[in-house]
Design a protein around this ligand. Structure first.
Ligand SMILES: *Cc1c(COP(=O)(O)O)cnc(C)c1O
Length: 230
């Protein structure tokens, strides 16, 4: 029941099938409903034909970490598949917020006041707002995005009460050299404490563990599509 590791020889559709079974098994083990877990197929730096294979297999939920790259491929694909759901999972510059809101259905990387204000202003202008996750810097890494743990509570209150933003959950990206379970457990605790139902965590190598700790949105790239182009 291991998920496929970097899978260049297997077909994308087969990979999705295998991951779907792994999700079901992990959910079963954690006594959770499989419908509560969303597989975001992370398509960054993947060739178009692999993305098209995922679409042909019926998958519609995708993630990207760079706005510009996403703008280059998804508008055309959305014309053919209007029910595509796009998730922004990479760092977002404040001056690119409006462009990101025009393309993405969900943004996972809200992590500072300036960006929150910008998103709120734009939401009023365009009359809608993507669902938002607050990214939490659980490893206190200086080079990484995410709000610091000690100001999370204030930031949640600011987003909800002052700006009325549709923040639905928390997201984290654990340090690569640490046991992810510690970070998953921490994020689960923080989500519970702040009343969030959604948790975005877990990637190709650790999504089953993330499910064990309550992940509702797993972000899986290489296990779906194979190794990325550099
Ligand atoms: C690339 C990326 C992923 C997916 O990583 P894989 O190891 O390929 O599954 C998940 N989350 C974020 C934020 C990413 O940038």
């Amino acid at each position: 029941m291991n998920s496929p590791k970097p899978a260049i020889i297997r077909d994308v559709a087969e990979n999705i099938g295998a991951i779907t079974s792994d999700i079901a098994a992990a959910a079963g083990k954690a006594a959770r409903a499989v419908d509560d877990i969303t597989l975001i197929a992370v398509a960054k730096r993947q060739p178009l034909d692999r993305i098209e294979r995922a679409l042909a297999a019926g998958h519609r939920i995708f993630g990207e970490n760079r706005l510009q790259e996403a703008q280059g491929k998804w508008p055309a694909l959305k014309e053919t598949y209007p029910d595509i759901e796009l998730h922004m999972i990479g760092a977002l510059q404040t001056n690119k917020a409006a462009d990101a809101m025009a393309l993405f259905d969900v943004i996972h990387t809200l992590d500072r006041e300036k960006l929150a204000r910008k998103i709120a202003d734009e939401a009023i202008k365009i009359g809608h707002c993507p669902d938002l996750f607050i990214q939490v810097n659980t490893g206190a890494e200086t080079q990484k995005g995410g709000i610091a743990l000690d100001v999370l509570t204030d930031f949640v209150a600011f987003c909800w009460e002052e700006l009325n933003l549709p923040v639905i959950g928390l997201m984290c990206l654990p340090p690569i050299d640490e046991e992810p379970a510690l970070h998953f457990a921490l994020l689960q605790k923080l989500a519970k404490r702040h009343g969030f139902a959604k948790i975005s965590m877990g990637m190709s190598g650790d999504f089953e563990k993330a499910i064990q700790f309550g992940a509702t949105h797993i972000r899986v790239g290489t296990a779906v599509f194979g190794v990325r182009e550099s």
